[in-house]
Design a protein around this ligand. Structure first.
Ligand code: MRU
Length: 327
């Protein structure tokens, strides 16, 4: 991704390995670009849990390197898998690293990292074809380069369309409670892509006014058997509104986000600390003593999904079983 550092545009990856695992600390954005080295398994686990590194593919990559750096890979795998339960990339990438002998784990993690970035680039190339000139696109959460190492999933087709001169404009859901919309806005600003942030509850109004041509979101888990997707809380509402207003709703995700086993009712939806809802930047904004419910994800069933963009192409939710050759 292109990032403005001291006024100059530089190509930067949000996560990389150079003798050790390094990340952009996403909790410091959008105001400070801070890089952090993660040298121990507990440090990787903490970074994932607190969302210094976040986004399904990015935590999969971090988890893969976490296991590869461990003295006791199986203990590390258990700890790292427990950090965030909904994004299946974490478990998928850790299992992939665990499937090779210890001396090959680092090169397996490197392979997962490079493969994810290439997959995101392909997603951009395929997805760009769905975008028309001057389209206005709504996205939810941050499914950008920050969340994947580079390119992004939902943001990759938008990057390609912008670079190809299509004049796209993006409506960015603020994405309460963690405000990942600020990360999306930061990425779009860095690349000069026109956008406006909207409060989450403004999207229905815009859709009904005919101001949105297309929705593209990412995913934390794509249920290949049944065709649903799990993504940031609020995605289901976006999908229902899109269908009601006749707007195509696309999901972009690499194959590491696919789950070939789980049924919808088996997915664990992460519940995070109520303080994320009750406080803004550490300041309590609700009455002292109030409690909050804070589910981090929801599930969108297949009838609301126009198509799923992955590195193999664009598929209907009902075609995923065949794509993965499921019995
Ligand atoms: O809780 P987060 O910020 O990790 O949730 C991230 C999302 O829901 C993203 O949309 C998803 O992981 C796709 S990232 C390419």
């Amino acid at each position: 991704m292109r990032v403005l550092v001291k006024g100059k545009s530089r190509e930067v990856r949000s996560i990389w390995h150079e003798g050790s695992l390094n990340i952009i600390d996403q909790t410091k954005l959008p105001h400070k670009l801070v890089f952090q080295k993660l040298s121990t398994v507990p440090a990787v686990a903490e970074a994932i849990r607190t969302m210094r590194v976040r986004g399904a593919p990015a935590i999969g990559i971090a988890g893969a390197y976490g296991v590869a750096m461990a003295q006791k890979p199986s203990v590390a795998a258990k700890l790292l898998k427990s950090t965030r339960p909904t994004a299946v990339d974490l478990a998928n990438c850790i299992d992939e690293v665990m499937s090779v002998p210890p001396e090959k784990m680092l090169s397996k993690a490197n392979e997962i990292f490079e493969r994810t970035i290439s997959a995101c680039k392909r997603i951009g190339e395929f997805g760009e074809k769905l975008i028309g000139k001057n389209d206005r696109i709504l996205t939810h959460c941050n499914a950008g380069a920050l969340a994947t190492g580079d390119w992004g999933t939902a943001l990759s087709p938008i990057r390609f369309a912008h670079r190809n001169g299509k004049g796209v404009f993006v409506y960015v859901d603020e994405t309460r409670p963690r405000l990942q919309g600020a990360l999306t806005s930061w990425e779009l600003l860095n690349e000069g892509i026109g956008h406006k942030v909207i409060a989450d509850n403004a999207r229905g109004y815009l859709m009904r006014k005919g101001e949105i041509d297309l929705v593209i979101v990412g995913a934390d888990r794509v249920g290949a058997r049944e065709g649903w997707i799990a993504n940031k809380i609020g995605t289901y509402e976006v999908a229902v509104l899109a269908k009601e207003n006749g707007i195509p709703f696309y999901v972009a995700a690499p194959l590491t986000t696919f789950d070939s086993k789980s049924l919808e009712n088996e997915v664990i939806i992460e519940e995070r600390n109520e303080r994320e809802v009750l406080e803004i930047q550490g300041k309590l904004i609700f009455p002292k003593g109030a409690h909050a419910f804070n589910p981090a994800f929801d599930i969108t069933p297949k009838e609301y999904i126009t198509g799923i963009i992955c590195e193999k192409g664009i598929f209907k939710p009902g075609e995923l079983g065949r794509l993965l050759l499921l019995p």
